[in-house]
Design a protein around this ligand. Sequence first.
Ligand SMILES: NC(=O)c1ccc[n+]([C@@H]2O[C@H](COP(=O)([O-])OP(=O)(O)OC[C@H]3O[C@@H](n4cnc5c(N)ncnc54)[C@H](OP(=O)(O)O)[C@@H]3O)[C@@H](O)[C@H]2O)c1
Length: 284
Amino acid sequence: MPTAHSLRLHDDTRIPALGYGLWQVPIETSAVLVSRALRTGYRLIDTAEAYYNEEGVGEGIRDSGVAREEIFVTTKVWNTHHGYTQTLHAFDASQQRLGLDRIDLYLMHWPSRIRDAYVDTWRAMIRLRDESRVGAIGVCNFSTGQLQRLIGETGVKPVLNQIELHPYFQQKALRAFHHEQGIVTQSWSPLGLWWQNPEPAASPLEHPRIRELAKRHGKSPAQVILRWHLDSGLATISKSVRPGRIEENFQLFDFALTPSEMKMLAGLDRRDGRLGPDPETADF
Ligand SMILES: NC(=O)c1ccc[n+]([C@@H]2O[C@H](COP(=O)([O-])OP(=O)(O)OC[C@H]3O[C@@H](n4cnc5c(N)ncnc54)[C@H](OP(=O)(O)O)[C@@H]3O)[C@@H](O)[C@H]2O)c1
């Protein structure tokens, strides 16, 4: 079985570079899909209280036959539970639904600028980490300014920031800030397909240069894009409810992109490439 790469977090622990994500995966199928992903070789499972499938994720982990210590489990606190006490309760509820003794990474799902409580939320997450109830803590969808405030007011850096990132939206400035701070960048929607705009023709999967690369390497466009994330030093999470694609999206470790191919892909970045909400203006 090919083995996935891992990346070092600034607390000196490691995180698998490739994960399986469960946004929009119904609870009824999540256990079977998690178990299948783990048996395929994925070692990071990404869920959230807002995905409403944590019970299924825990069940899939237990059913997989893969040892718990080999699996890296991430879940997230949702915006309605921002605030110190609320976050501590949200964590207990997630842990109970997952049925796991330990969560490897707890993330703040959005900064939720309209609540303006992300610093207190972060203080609760620091406590969970200090009490060893969670292995590491991080954030999602934070801008540079929001990260600076979080770090400035608490002195504690997130180990990673999980952000929208794909060939049409490469987030180069934010990644440079992460790099400077030792924060790992983890890409969500790595293929650049968005549920509110599910038109595959508009996605990087249909870009003629990406299709050409796929042909050259004997791979699919999705595999080329996911490999681009890994070769860019990013952690990434792919999602599919289809067994064939779960397998396909993991078969990335028998090829690599050349420097000139990486340069061509870097040129596909677009100023208007964001598909999801902008954390600086999001109103939820
Ligand atoms: N922190 C956040 O705010 C946030 C936001 C969004 C996502 N995430 C995380 O990131 C994960 C991945 O993001 P995502 O689900 O938006 O994006 P994605 O993995 O880029 O795309 C998922 C879409 O691509 C399709 N797909 C998967 N593999 C494919 C392949 N090989 N060829 C063609 N199409 C393929 C899937 O359809 P099928 O399922 O029908 O195959 C699905 O519609 C999520 O599941 C979640 O864990 C986090």
